[in-house]
Design a protein. Structure first.
Length: 128
């Protein structure tokens, strides 16, 4: 038996595998003469895609928040513009941001304890 890739073991991967496994069963249940089984099949066919849609939206929101916080921590003046770019272009915008952002290690500021670039003279948050 072939072993799964460790990346497939994530919660999203497990959810997608579960949805793919349950989809044929729910379609068969919806085609039975039993009204309860039909309702259960239709409910499962409607709920699983909605859960996946909500998960994708939550992932997009988390990526947008991360981009805005990371850009601000790196002292970039246009953090909101980067967030809007990633919002409008999705994965392509995220790749462009990762390639264009200021490179360097982030360390906590001794004054305000927010992250800042190690090579920066002033903290973008408190100015110290």
């Amino acid at each position: 038996m072939r072993r799964c890739d460790p990346r497939c073991s994530s919660a999203l991967g497990r959810g997608l595998r579960l949805a793919l496994l349950l989809a044929p069963a729910t379609l068969l249940m919806a085609q039975r003469d039993n009204p309860a089984a039909g309702c259960a099949g239709c409910l499962a066919c409607g709920v699983l895609p909605m859960i996946m849609i909500v998960a994708v939206i939550a992932l997009h929101i988390a990526i947008l928040v991360w981009v805005a916080r990371d850009a601000k921590s790196r002292g970039m003046d246009n953090a909101v513009l980067w967030m809007i770019l990633v919002l409008l272009t999705g994965l392509i915008g995220l790749v462009v941001y990762l390639l264009a952002r200021t490179q360097g290690n982030l360390i906590p500021c001794p004054n305000c304890h927010n992250n800042r670039l190690q090579v920066s003279v002033r903290c973008p948050h408190c100015g110290a």
